[in-house]
Each structure stands twice: as structure tokens, then as C-alpha cells.
Ligand binder design. Structure first.
Ligand code: ATP
Length: 269
């Protein structure tokens, strides 16, 4: 579990994160959503300790990263897996070498053990046999899966995914979303996803934090979102008329006002 307690952060006298508190739960996909510039990336950097907040603190399973010394942070970082926006694979390394990298850096496993671990995580992301390929030889979706394999190879307790669907088609995005959701449950990780992909929000949003102009405007699940009356959230989510119509339909459906396909036909006559 990650607890965010009254975090604020500013640059050059301008507040960018304004007194945000939230609880990011274990075994769940916690999404940080919001328009461009709303503070999602700054928030994520405060969470993983890349930025020092001006006020407030972040607790990992009760331990405050804000007050941790360098050694404590180093140990914590080994429990954190990161999936970067562009996958951030090393182009000159094979898939296997990319996934093995954290094992080389942070463990004393022998080569046989490292091979076993790499093969185990590659199998988990459905990339068995891709060991010797180079990033340039695989698709964007496969690169993300290699990125996920590398992020989970040290069995992290916390997984951070920055825009995991950027550059992917909707079908491949769904595969990546489902994979993130599955491994989160399977390994009991606290997963934090920074996104503005509405499909992801609806698909994997167990706990959604909506950022607006640096503050937490709304919090809820993908089940709550459709009924939210928050004006800013609705403006953000239902930015197109098509989505607004879809929301109206879903609400009628949920209230039992649309019962059959024939009713739907009547309504659209
Ligand atoms: N290092 C920095 N120095 C000064 N201002 C910064 C810095 N990093 C971010 N900002 C400002 O903080 C605000 C929030 O930026 P942030 O990158 O968190 O937005 P975001 O919600 O992640 O946007 P996007 O979806 O486009 O990535 C922006 O106005 C940005 O210009």
C-alpha cells in the first residue's frame, strides 16, 4: 500500500501539486488520470522519490520515503518495478539481456538461475522464445511486454506504469491492460498507472485519482465513474458528444429504462 499524505510541489513559485492525499491499494490497479499538464507525471515522480515534495510525505507499507536515507531508498527502489512510456529498452541488447539487466545489477544469482528467472517472466508475458531478438525486430506491443517482464523480474511489491498504452493500437492496448491487471492480482502488487486512455480507465481502474490543475478533483472506481456528477471529471471523460451519448445510454440502461434491444430501437427511431 502507498499512502500519499498532503503532498505539495511547485516550481519557481508556481504550485503544480496542491495538497494531494490518497491511498493506493495493494493488489489493485491505481490510476492517476487527468488532462495534459494536470500534474500526473510530477505526482508520480514525487511518489518514487525522483522529486522531493515541498510538503507532505509518501509512505510505502508504512515507511516514509520522504524521510528515508539513501540506503533505505536504495532498498526500496529494488522493490519498485517501472514500465516507462516508450518501453525504454536498450536497443543494443537482446530481449533476454534487457530482462536480465536488473538481475545483473541487483542480485547475486548465477547465470543458470538468471536464465531460469528470465524465461519464467518471459513466459508470463507470452514471449517464450523471443530471448535472442533485438528491440528493433519486435512490435510495439511486444516491446511493452518485454518492458513489463523487466519491471517484474525482481518480484517488486510496487509497479509503476507511465502511459503504458502510448503508441499502441486499441487491441494491443487491451492486451497490455489485461496483463497489467492480471500480474497485479497474481503477485499482489500495488500498481500505479499514469494514463489518459479512457479504455484503460474503464478496463482496469480499480481505484482512480482524477487530477485537475494540480489537485485531486475526484476519486473512485471505474464503476463509479459513469455515475459521477463531478463537472470537471465529466468534461474530461466525456469530451466528445459520442461519449456523452454513450454515458446517457449506460445510465438509462443501469436505471432499467432500457431493457431490450427493441426498446433501444424505439428510442433511436
Ligand atoms: N521540472 C519542472 N520544472 C518546472 N515545471 C515543471 C517541471 N515538471 C513539470 N512542470 C510543470 O508542472 C505541470 C504539470 O506537469 P506534468 O508533467 O505533471 O503534467 P501531466 O499531467 O503529466 O501532463 P502530460 O499528460 O502531458 O504528461 C506543468 O505545467 C509542467 O509545465
Amino acid at each position: 500500500m502507498i499512502e500519499i499524505k498532503n503532498i505539495s510541489k511547485g516550481f519557481n513559485g508556481r504550485t503544480v501539486i496542491d495538497n494531494v492525499s490518497a491511498t493506493l491499494e495493494t493488489g489493485k490497479c491505481n490510476l492517476i488520470i487527468g488532462a495534459s499538464g494536470s500534474g500526473k507525471t510530477v505526482m508520480m515522480k514525487c511518489l518514487i522519490g525522483l522529486f522531493e515534495p515541498d510538503a507532505g510525505e509518501v509512505l510505502y507499507d508504512g515507511d516514509s520515503i520522504t524521510n528515508m536515507n539513501e540506503e533505505g531508498r536504495k532498498q526500496l527502489r529494488q522493490q519498485i518495478g517501472m514500465l516507462f512510456q516508450g518501453s525504454a529498452l536498450f536497443d543494443s541488447m537482446t530481449v533476454e539481456q534487457n530482462v536480465m539487466f536488473p538481475l545483473d545489477m541487483f542480485t547475486k544469482l548465477n547465470l543458470k538461475q538468471k536464465h531460469e528467472k528470465v524465461n519464467e517472466v518471459l513466459a508470463r508475458v507470452n514471449l517464450t522464445g523471443a530471448n535472442d531478438k533485438y528491440p528493433a525486430e519486435i512490435s510495439g506491443g511486444m516491446k511493452k511486454r518485454v518492458g513489463i517482464a523487466r519491471a517484474i523480474v525482481l518480484n517488486p511489491k510496487f509497479l509503476f506504469c507511465d502511459e503504458p498504452n502510448s503508441g499502441l493500437d486499441p487491441k494491443t492496448s487491451l492486451v497490455i491492460d489485461k496483463l497489467i491487471k492480471e500480474i497485479t492480482t497474481e503477485f499482489g502488487m500495488t500498481t500505479v498507472v499514469n494514463t489518459h486512455d479512457m479504455n484503460s480507465v474503464m478496463e482496469i481502474g480499480d481505484n482512480i485519482i482524477f487530477m485537475h490543475q494540480g489537485h485531486k478533483e475526484w476519486e473512485g472506481s471505474n464503476k463509479d465513474i459513469i455515475f459521477s456528477k463531478n463537472e470537471e471529471l465529466n468534461k474530461f471523460i466525456f469530451a466528445s458528444d459520442f461519449l456523452q451519448d454513450a454515458k446517457d445510454m449506460r445510465m438509462l440502461e443501469a436505471k432499467g429504462k432500457i431493457k431490450t434491444d427493441r426498446d433501444m430501437d424505439e428510442m433511436t427511431k
